[in-house]
Write a protein that binds this ligand. Sequence first.
Ligand code: CIR
Length: 259
Amino acid sequence: MSTHTFNRAIVRTPSRSVVHGLRAVDTGSPQYEAVLREHAAYVAFLQSEGVSVETLPLLEDFPDSVFVEDVALVFTGAAIALRPGAPTRRGETSEIVPTLERHFERVLHLTKGSAEGGDVLTTANAVFIGLSARTSAKGAQSLLQLLGEIGHRGVVVQTPPSVLHLKSDCALLDEETILCTPRLAASEPFPGFRLLLTSAGEEGAANALAVGDQILLSQGYPRTAEALAKAGYEVKTLATAEIAKIDAGLSCMSLRWRS
Ligand code: CIR
């Protein structure tokens, strides 16, 4: 089964508190209306590609709750509710569990350590788990076990130091190809895959999203966009400048699976 093609997605409307979202470096707070616009354009794009999107209500108590990708892993027929490593995000999990229970026959729960979905790259034969400040060794080990229970093989890799999530630095473009930053590629985490590297100074392009036959890329990375086009991919760009102020890109705003 193709892992990068999906026809279902869950998103959550950004709360007004999103302006207080976590960030590694403060470059100013995002503007709420602009975040809403970026989010709406993202949802509209998914829908225009035939994806059925369920939008969950905003959660003012959780500034980062728009980033639903971090609180669960979803597969055809099964989901794993995660334990975010960021203390302010831990309560987001119980908010999404009822939705997971509606959509998936099996819902498993990570109960040890911490792991965030941004640290998980799902491919056809392996689910890569990046150790990071958000995903602990204990969380990763526990996740390996849960993945095994639902028939997936997990592989633990290292997210580069000071990088928020594994997928801040990579994205699956198709079954054989991963878009990757040079700093992540240096540790050779994805044996057997063809790597396309982001251009110098364009590391932010790596958090891309393959949607059907297109690659959704953040605006502002012209050389990586050109390299992808040259490699034969159809590239579509979206504005993410506001959401990027709180360390987010394109994968984090949805949970995606094939039903
Ligand atoms: C956080 O620090 O948790 C949020 N401000 C950003 C989360 C981005 N998540 C992702 O890329 N999967």
